[in-house]
Design a binder for this molecule. Structure first.
Ligand SMILES: Cc1cc2nc3c(=O)[nH]c(=O)nc-3n(C[C@H](O)[C@H](O)[C@H](O)COP(=O)(O)OP(=O)(O)OC[C@H]3O[C@@H](n4cnc5c(N)ncnc54)[C@H](O)[C@@H]3O)c2cc1C
Length: 310
């Protein structure tokens, strides 16, 4: 049994979610290879080679792989795919973009966003917004799997010494070209890897309040900022901040939900948080059903008091 993990990276650094994906791969108890598909990405391959428990790193280095275009990465993966029993990617925008293309071309069913490895062909995944765990078994010869990072502790980033083997990249596809990328510049930690998240909902009332009330608290705690979909839809912040079923799935040490009611779609994104603190003036708010600490009151009074007390 040989498993291929597709590394997520920016040609310079290996993204932390790759370590969570490797953790899921290690549960399969097979030989693990990592594919780094990029351009001038040798440093990423070297970083991956240092990760404990990896047998080999494959490096496909070519200009057409530099921007992470799913079509070109998929074509390169397909050159080696048949050698593997499992192909695993993180269930991020990157992995979700590439995995279905690989699965379709291999004519297999994709196993999406697994949260546990039961056996070599059986996996758990959440359905109905995280309320039901489905245990799914695949009879496909090659299993294409995306992994929910929050469900697997990352493997150690060092302790390994795998060889790096250069492989050919598939030729650039003429049907796709890179035009531009707009990146949000973050002054605070990134949401999916943050240890503390301060998240705001519709209760904040406006974009100005969101930044004025939550910004100082996040800075005091060294936290990332997040938001409910209602806050995003109301224009308080852009949708990169959205936490939940159709936003980002997070698993910080501490999640502080402020002016968020606790709709199931929001809870689906935060349920793996170690400690949840809820601040809401409605004592009946559903968020209190899963909160470890509940503070009932007006956020416009409580948050400044909290900041002063910290
Ligand atoms: C298919 C689908 C997917 C969805 N995906 C997501 C998703 O990924 N993420 C997500 O978040 N939602 C998602 N939603 C939307 C979700 O159902 C809720 O509508 C949304 O989460 C509500 O956001 P909210 O809690 O900020 O707003 P509300 O439900 O309006 O809650 C606001 C809360 O603020 C409190 N409040 C108001 N003023 C104050 C004050 N001064 N002090 C203290 N508390 C105050 C209120 O008591 C209330 O509990 C999805 C919905 C659908 C149908």
């Amino acid at each position: 049994m040989t498993i291929l993990v597709i590394a997520e990276h920016d040609n310079v650094t290996l993204k932390a979610v790759t370590l969570n994906t490797l953790s899921a791969a290690q549960k399969l108890d097979g030989e693990i290879h990592v594919l780094v598909a990029g351009y001038n990405a040798r440093s990423v391959a070297d970083t991956a080679a240092n990760v404990a428990g990896i047998a080999k790193v494959l490096l496909a280095d070519a200009p057409q792989l530099g921007k992470g275009l799913a079509e070109n990465v998929e074509a390169t993966v397909l050159l080696v795919a048949k050698k593997y029993t499992h192909i695993m990617l993180p269930a991020t925008a990157y992995g979700r973009n590439i995995a279905p293309r690989i699965a379709a071309k291999l004519d297999v069913a994709q196993l999406s966003e697994i949260i546990a490895v039961v056996s070599i062909d059986t996996f758990d995944r959440l359905i109905y917004g995280g309320h039901v765990i489905a245990t799914v078994q695949s009879a496909d010869l090659i299993k294409v799997i995306t992994v929910r990072a929050a469900a697997f502790d990352p493997v150690a980033a060092d302790g390994g010494n795998a060889p790096v083997q250069t492989i050919n990249a598939a030729p650039a596809l003429s049907s796709v070209s890179f035009i531009k990328r707009e990146l949000t510049k973050l002054e605070r930690p990134e949401l999916t890897s943050a240890k503390i998240i301060v998240s705001g909902g519709r209760g904040l009332g406006s974009r100005e309040h969101y930044e004025k009330i939550l910004g100082p608290l996040a800075d005091k705690l060294g936290a990332a900022l997040g938001a409910s979909r209602a806050a995003v839809d109301a224009g308080y912040v852009s949708n990169d901040y959205q936490v939940g079923q159709t936003g980002k799935i997070v698993a910080p040490q501490l999640y502080i939900a402020i002016g968020i009611s606790g709709a199931i779609q929001h809870l689906a994104g935060i349920k793996d948080s170690k400690i949840i603190v809820a601040i809401n003036h409605d004592p009946e708010a559903p968020i209190y059903n899963i909160a470890d600490y509940s503070l009932v009151g007006d956020l416009f009074i409580l948050i400044p008091e909290l900041i002063n007390a910290l």
